[in-house]
Structure formats: C-alpha cells, structure tokens
Write a new protein. Structure first.
Length: 262
C-alpha cells in the first residue's frame, strides 16, 4: 500500500470558511462554511443546481474561489492547483465515471499511484533502474489495492469492459491509490439498482474503517445518505439551507419543502 500520510487529528480534516464563487452575476456557491473531522462520513445534499459539485470543484482546485478559504488538516490550500491539492491529500470521483477505458484495470490504479513517483522524467524515458524498480512497486501496490476491492480477477481486463458497479468500485480504488486524507464521492450511487446501492453502502463503510478515511459525498439517494452519513449540509441556490446531524436535517421542514419533498 501507499505510505501513510501523517494526519493532524487536532485539526478538522476539512474546514471551509465563507467559501464563495461567482460566475458573472450568479453566485454558484455563496458563503458556505463546512467542518469535517477525522474519520467522519459527511453528506452534501440538495437539489440539482444547488452548487454541490461546484463546491467539490472549489476544494479540488478546478475553480478558484471568489472569496473565502479552505484548509486540509490545518493547512490552507486556497488557490492551489488540482495537482498540488491532490498531492496534499484530497482525491475525488465523478458523477460520470472517468476511467481510462482503454487501459487495464490494474493500469488505472497505477495512474492513481503516479502522484507518488520519485524518479525523474529522464529516468522514466530511458527506463533506468530506479524507474524499473518504481514500476514494479506500483504494479505490486496496484494488485494489493485491487484485492481489497475484490477486483484482482479483473486486473488485465480493459476498464471499459467492466460492469457498471465494478467500474464505480475501480474509480474509488484509483482515487484511494493517490493516498488521500479526504475522499470526495460525487453521486456514487447514480445509475445503480437497489442491490448495487446496498453493496456501495457497504463499500463506503468499509473504506472509512479499513483505510481510516474521512469521506465527503454528494448523493440524491436518501436511503444511502440516511444509512451511512453522520452529518449533513444541505445547499440550495448555492447557500446553506441546513446543517447538522443527519436525522435532524432530514426531518427539517425547510429541507423537506425545498428538496426531499420533490
């Protein structure tokens, strides 16, 4: 497996303070505050267009915030690049699966491991001894990760040939291969049937416990959200509608009216 990242448990894993972004006259995320502690399984919910994925894009460096700041384990990452933020310890999956379909299952996980490469471009191009050693280590670590997710029998399959549920699992495995402190899951149950959704719930709980992982997920499936999330933030038109314990938030009349009642 990847080397352990040192996590400062005295600080929240994620702290977002007054985070906002404006596109022209539209404030897609407006003064959002969010705190997630180590080992927490946190949900971000709300209607389509509420700003949830935009929030993910802000804390992964896709967008630069118009105002506000965010911190990972006490270190400010506001304004850093996607690559730098990933190396610091934030990894994500996407609403629409983004695997490398023409690469094998094992190669997709090795792509995730590549942010930990310690040899130069010249060593890689010339395939010098350190590159060969790194490649061997990555293959071994990729297989270890695939075994955890019971994907090792499919290691040599092209990713595009996996069934949908296993593609979801592979995308999560690839994200975890980057050795994150915080894992972001964007609508992981999208397109799944009830049996696949139950398996996904079990997988997410396993990931949290096995990898000692902190997880923030966007999801519309309230059975999944109510079954695994400890705390929730509800966004509506880019602003916080409600925040708190899952059971309290899901029973909030304003949340039911604006979102769940749909």
């Amino acid at each position: 497996m990847a080397d352990e990242k040192i996590i400062n448990t005295s600080e929240p894993v994620l702290r977002a303070e007054h985070l906002s972004i404006q596109f022209g006259g539209l404030r897609a995320v407006d003064d959002v505050n969010l705190t997630i502690n180590h080992g927490e399984l946190y949900g971000l919910i709300g209607p389509n267009g509420a700003g949830k994925t935009t929030f993910f894009n802000l804390i992964t460096g896709v967008y630069k915030p118009t105002s506000g700041r965010f911190y990972l384990c006490g270190e400010e990452l506001t304004g850093k690049s996607v690559i730098d933020i990933n190396k610091k310890g934030i990894a994500r999956t996407f609403q629409n699966i983004r695997l490398f379909g023409n690469l094998t299952v094992a190669e997709n996980v090795m792509v995730g491991l590549s942010n930990q490469i310690n040899c130069s471009m010249a060593e890689s191009i010339l395939r010098l001894p350190r590159h060969k050693k790194t490649e061997k280590e990555f293959k071994e670590r990729a297989m270890e990760m695939l075994k955890v997710f019971k994907l090792d029998p499919y290691a040599d399959y092209l990713a595009q040939n996996l069934p949908y549920g296993k593609q979801r699992r592979l995308e999560i495995a690839r994200a975890l291969a980057t050795n994150p402190k915080l894992l972001l899951l964007d609508e992981p149950a999208a397109g799944m049937n009830p049996n696949e959704t139950q398996e996904l719930m079990d997988d997410i709980l396993f990931i949290r416990d096995h990898f000692d992982m902190t997880i923030l997920l966007i999801e519309h499936d309230m059975r999944l959200v109510g079954g695994i999330c400890e705390n929730l933030t509800v966004l509506n038109f880019g602003t916080e509608l409600a925040q708190g314990k899952t059971s309290d938030v899901l029973n909030d009349p304003n949340v039911i009216k604006a979102y769940i009642g749909e």
